[in-house]
Design a protein around this ligand. Structure first.
Ligand SMILES: Nc1ncnc2c1ncn2[C@@H]1O[C@H](COP(=O)(O)OP(=O)(O)O)[C@@H](O)[C@H]1O
Ligand SMILES: [Mg+2]
Length: 262
C-alpha cells in the first residue's frame, strides 16, 4: 500500500488555477522527485500537502497518508498530517539570526517531543547528518550547508515517515549541495523514511529518486520511474526539460566532485 496517495488535487490563488488535477503516490521508504520550471506549482503542491491554505487554496481532491484520508476542502482547516515533516524553500527564513542555534533546536525539540532535555538520540541525529555539538553558535557562524543540515535535523526530530524538502540545495554551491544530499540520503535510507524532494537538478533526481514527477503549469504531465522518464520523456514539455538542462554534464561533474571530496 502507498504511504502517501494524492488524488485529483486542485488549488487556486484568486482565480488563477495553480494546481490542476494533481495525482501521484509515494511508497514507504521511496524517494520521489518533483521537477519542473519555476512557477510550475511545485512549492504550492508541497504546501497543500502540509495543510497550508495560503497563498493557494485547495479546491478539490484528497490525500491518503498511512491509510488516513484528508479531503482538500476549503471549508475545513485540514492541518498537517502526523508523520510528515517539511523543510520549506529558502533556508534564510529557517533561523532567527539573533538566537543561538542551540536554543532554536531546543525550542523545536520541545514542541515535537515534549521534553526539554537534549538527549543522546538528538546528538545522534546531528551526528548522522554530519554535525557536531551545537555549542554556543549563532546562525551566521555556521555555513549555509551546515544550516541546511540542521534544518533537516529539526524536521527529523519527530521521526516522520515522510520527509518533504523544497529545493534543499538550490542556495548551495554544487559540492556542498552534494555533501548535504549524501548525508540526508544516508539518513532516510537507514531509517526507512520516504523522501519527496523538489529540485531543479535533474542529475540529483537521476541519482536518488526512484520515481519522478514532471510539473508544468500546475499539472503533473509525467510520473514514472526516473531513469526511464529522463531517458525517454513522452511529453513535449518533458522532452524540452530534459534536453534543455545540462544534467548529464552536472552528473559527471558531481561524480568527480564526490571522488575529490572523499
Ligand atoms: N504569494 C503568491 N501570490 C500570488 N501568486 C503566487 C504566490 N506564490 C506563488 N504564486 C503563483 O503560483 C504559481 C505556482 O508557484 P510555486 O508553487 O511557487 O511554483 P514553483 O515552486 O514551481 O516555482 C505561480 O504562477 C506563482 O506565480
Ligand atoms: Mg518553489
Amino acid at each position: 500500500m502507498s504511504l502517501l496517495k494524492v488524488q485529483n488535487l486542485s488549488a487556486r490563488i484568486g482565480r488563477q488555477v495553480v494546481l490542476d488535477d494533481v495525482s501521484f503516490d509515494i511508497e514507504p521508504g521511496e524517494c520521489v522527485a518533483v521537477v519542473g520550471g519555476s512557477g510550475a506549482g511545485k512549492s504550492t503542491l508541497l504546501r497543500c500537502l502540509m495543510g497550508l491554505q495560503r497563498p493557494a487554496v485547495p479546491v478539490g481532491g484528497f490525500l491518503a497518508f498511512n491509510g488516513q484520508i484528508t479531503e482538500f476542502d476549503t471549508s475545513r482547516r485540514s492541518g498537517k498530517p502526523q508523520g510528515i515533516a517539511y523543510v520549506s524553500q529558502n533556508p534564510d527564513h529557517g533561523f532567527d539570526p539573533l538566537k543561538r542555534l542551540q536554543w532554536q533546536w531546543r525550542q523545536t525539540a520541545r514542541a515535537v517531543t515534549g521534553t526539554r532535555d537534549f538527549s543522546t538520540s538528538q546528538q545522534g541525529l546531528l551526528n548522522e547528518l554530519g554535525l557536531g555539538p551545537l555549542g554556543g553558535s549563532f546562525p551566521h557562524q555556521w555555513s549555509r550547508g551546515m544550516q541546511q543540515r540542521l534544518l533537516v535535523g529539526m524536521a527529523l526530530l519527530g521521526e516522520p515517515s515522510l520527509l518533504i524538502l523544497d529545493e534543499p540545495t538550490s542556495a548551495l554551491d554544487p559540492l556542498i549541495a552534494a555533501q548535504v544530499l549524501r548525508s540526508v540520503m544516508a539518513y532516510v535510507r537507514k531509517h526507512d523514511v520516504a523522501l519527496l524532494i523538489v529540485t531543479h537538478d535533474l542529475a540529483l533526481a537521476a541519482r536518488h529518486a526512484n520515481r519522478t514527477a514532471i510539473m508544468t503549469s500546475g499539472r503533473i504531465v509525467e510520473f514514472g520511474e526516473t531513469r526511464k522518464l529522463l531517458r525517454a520523456p513522452e511529453t513535449t514539455y518533458g522532452q524540452l526539460l530534459v534536453n534543455h538542462r545540462d544534467w548529464n554534464l552536472s552528473a559527471n561533474q558531481e561524480a568527480t566532485d564526490s571522488v575529490a571530496a572523499e
